[in-house]
Design a binder for this molecule. Sequence first.
Ligand SMILES: Cc1cc2nc3c(=O)[nH]c(=O)nc-3n(C[C@H](O)[C@H](O)[C@H](O)COP(=O)(O)O)c2cc1C
Length: 401
Amino acid sequence: MHVPRRFDKAHTVADFRCLAKAFLPQPVFDYLDGGAEYESAMRNNRAVFERVRFRPRTMVDVRKRSTETELFGTRVAAPFAIAPMGGLGLFWPRAEIAFARACAAANVPYGLSTGSNSTIEEVAAAAPDAQLWFQLYVFNDEAMNHALVERAQASGYRALMVTTDTHLFPKRHRDLRNGFRSTLSKTPRNILSILRCPRWMWHMMIRRRLPAMVNLTLAHDRPIDRMAAASYFLNERRPSFDLEHLKALRRQWKGPLLVKGVLRVDEAIQIRNCGADGIILSNHGGRNLESAAAPLEVLPEIVDAVGQRMSVLIDSGFRSGNDVVKALALGAKAVLFGRAGGYAVASGGEAAVGRLLDLMRNEVDRTLGYLGCTAVDQLSRDYLLFDRGLPGSNASPALTI
Ligand SMILES: Cc1cc2nc3c(=O)[nH]c(=O)nc-3n(C[C@H](O)[C@H](O)[C@H](O)COP(=O)(O)O)c2cc1C
């Protein structure tokens, strides 16, 4: 497929966002770009980065630098991954495969969502070198959960991430106004917004139909259709997932087990005691709970509590390599990019995601060098200066301004 390389001129995530906005029908762009309710959690996810600044060390030999790190026993080229996102097929045909291949080429992990538009098996077969992590949404039907985990295991996924912060259906004002419910319904208004995007229409026509949550369409006694799968996805999530369920998952899954959606010290400790290998601090990019704390705000206290015994990863609001370095200096092991990846894939598929990953790795590398570090494990809170009110400032009162 010929893809005009408009993204070659993208230098920031904001540039990719502009390209995505121009390409996607407005309800689809809003699904990617928007947040929960009044979007205050989403805005705060970005605002917190402004309150952490660097104290560089300048007289260090930084000619040889490395952005590599180790995640769950595997060497990766950079301390970041692509976060799981459902419904990606609306942004680009076979978007999950584009992500998996771009991440394999960049040697960083890719998180496949339960709500993906290519199956668990298709993605694994299309990107055999990729480090794939499978993200599980827990459903009421235990047989469904069991089958999804088995399929990920059989297909060679390296880690399982169970997402615990989306047990209720979120209220997203933009989606409500657009009549968007997990997939694009064929209302006159949506059809009009599609007609305004001929390039998107052309790309989608390659698939000949709107994407479905194929992991779910095929997982029933009889295959179900696109709308039935979307409805199952929305209505059958289990609002009672607890530590006993987590222990059962621990027994079933043989590889690294991560819990995604953690924002509290006490829960982090409980998760560790259930035998999980890692947590992903996340407020789902501000897409679920209005006014949820930004993960960066709670990162230092959670790292202090469990960081020695498990890997603490983080997402929500990350838009640059500079942001990544701040989280690593606060003790995170790695960062997941959500919307940044979504904007990139909608700007030109696999090649555009490749460019995004390259830009991010480059930014991490340059920031490291400016700080006087030659490897990511040299980063510490000593390199940071905090505004009053950030929990990190309690941990290092001398650094409070
Ligand atoms: C369009 C979209 C779909 C998402 N779908 C999922 C999903 O299926 N499972 C999940 O655990 N998180 C999902 N997320 C949340 C991301 O994994 C991640 O936590 C969040 O995007 C991080 O914030 P950021 O977008 O500001 O980087 C989704 C996010 C977006 C933007």
